[in-house]
Design a protein around this ligand. Structure first.
Ligand code: PDD
Length: 288
């Protein structure tokens, strides 16, 4: 089936929409985005994604091109037109088309587009055996909390991970702490049994999945600290996992080619993976 995209007021086959060459998203990466999943036609955690979108837009000095309610309807319509039971929805809003000038234009209408594709969640094998990550220096800018389309360091890190046969790159700051992955948040159950992930702030993207998993962990009274961990602590951890809209809660069983704990997904990870799948309404919830 032809995939349908939306661009500035029109639905069209994905091959049709074209962005102008002087679009500020293209020339300056002056844009922000969201990736959502739809399960059975329902957008999972829509409000949380829209909250984050509004924060990113405000930081990037981009006006919201439409009301929040209309945007929600638009996203739902994009999912409906693509007739996919499990879909990934990409939404980008950038500062629009203007003669190239670093100064933000005043009156220009933002560019808004949405694409939808079939979701590819982790395979049963990835979920039961876990995945490998490598660590790399965090070479990104100082405002990683903004979901900016400027993703060159992330793209380079993820490509290096793929070349090394790893699922993700965990990024290590100059102070030795693991901030997050190139496109996911990083978690461990440390040697003392405490679930840990980097605290919110400018060094990480506040993941929607991260937020939900924290709530699920608190509801289960798991020992938990939003406290950064070093690469050494990750290597000594009992368990590790990563979270994102597309990866869900995914066990990490190798870091830099060394096994995490006994090399298999641990009990805390499995509990949270099941709880998150249930929260999202995924069929795999019943298989775990
Ligand atoms: N990535 N950290 C970074 C740098 C990310 O790019 C993402 C999401 C996350 C996890 O956020 P969430 O749980 O809201 O998906 C953390 C998306 C999926 C992407 O760029 O494709």
């Amino acid at each position: 089936m032809t995939r349908i995209a939306y661009l500035n007021g029109r639905f069209a086959p994905i091959s049709t929409p074209a962005v102008a060459v002087e679009d500020r998203g293209l020339q300056f990466a002056h844009g922000v985005y969201e990736v959502l999943k739809a399960i059975g036609g329902r957008l999972v955690d829509l409000d949380r994604h829209l909250d984050r979108l509004e924060r990113s837009l405000a930081h990037a000095r981009i006006p919201m091109p439409t009301s929040r309610a209309v945007l929600a309807l638009l996203l739902e319509e994009c999912v409906r037109r693509n007739r996919l039971a499990e879909a990934l929805v990409y939404l980008q809003i950038d500062r629009g088309v203007a003669a190239r000038n670093h100064v933000c234009p005043e009156e220009v209408r933002p560019t808004l587009f949405v694409t939808v594709r079939p979701a590819r969640f982790p395979t049963p094998e990835e979920r039961t055996r876990g995945v490998a990550v490598i660590t790399l220096p965090d070479e990104r800018w100082a405002r990683c909390d903004i979901k900016s389309v400027s993703l060159l360091p992330n793209v380079l890190a993820r490509s290096r991970a793929a070349e090394a046969g790893a699922r993700e790159a965990w990024l290590v700051g100059a102070d030795g702490v693991i901030t997050e992955g190139s496109a996911s948040n990083a978690w461990i159950v440390d040697a003392a049994g405490v679930l840990r992930t980097h605290p919110l702030g400018p060094r990480i993207l506040g993941g929607v999945t991260r937020e939900v998993v924290l709530e699920l962990a608190r509801a289960r009274a798991l020992p938990l600290e939003e406290r950064a961990f070093t690469r050494a602590e990750a290597l000594a951890a009992r368990e590790a996992f990563l979270t994102s809209t597309t990866s869900l809660v995914l066990p990490v069983t190798r870091i830099d080619d060394r096994p995490v704990g006994d090399g298999l997904p641990g009990p805390v990870t499995r509990t949270l993976a099941r709880a998150y799948a249930e929260h999202a309404g995924l069929a795999i919830a019943t298989e775990e």
